[in-house]
Design a binder for this molecule. Structure first.
Ligand code: MG
Length: 159
């Protein structure tokens, strides 16, 4: 019998001028970037929380505390790699992941395939198992005002 787990993750980072913008493991051409202790890859953070959530392993802050020097400025792909190792060590395989990024600007469409390929590479699964979608919020709320970036992620794990 196949055992199936689903997990969801959510993260928000505030945006500020002059910072690098990393999303889905890809550097985005942008005058604004996420304020963060790590590289601020809010998409990977939500994905990590989805994977951890599926196995009830807590959240990203528990495993990679944002007051630890070890994780200062860290490439979030390293965090995702570690989370995937936890998943695999427990005998689970990632069936798919689906990520929705809400950001007013810049336009993310040119980067979607690159994000999917990058995330699939780190997770060790096929690109067609990784979905990345981007939306604006029609200028509504903190995302619409360009104050922050908001991401939801979901995943299914199989054993
Ligand atoms: Mg975060």
């Amino acid at each position: 019998m196949t055992d199936i787990r689903t997990g969801n993750g959510y993260d928000v980072h505030a945006l500020a001028e002059g910072l690098d913008l990393w999303l889905g493991g890809v550097k985005i051409e942008s005058p604004i970037g996420c304020i963060a202790h790590s590289d601020g890859d809010v998409a990977i953070h939500a994905l990590c929380d989805a994977l951890l959530g599926a196995l009830a392993l807590g959240d990203i802050g528990k495993h990679f505390p944002d007051n630890s020097d070890e994780f200062k400025g860290i490439d979030s792909k390293i965090l995702l790699d570690r989370v995937c190792s936890m998943v695999k060590q427990r005998g689970w395989a990632i069936s798919n992941a689906d990520i929705t990024i809400a950001m007013q600007k810049p336009k993310l469409a040119p980067y979607i395939l690159s994000m999917r390929e990058t995330l699939a590479g780190v997770m060790g699964i096929d690109v067609d198992r990784v979905s990345v979608k981007a939306t604006t919020t029609e200028k509504l709320g903190f995302v619409g005002r360009g104050e922050g970036c908001e991401v939801w992620a979901s995943t299914i794990l199989l054993k």
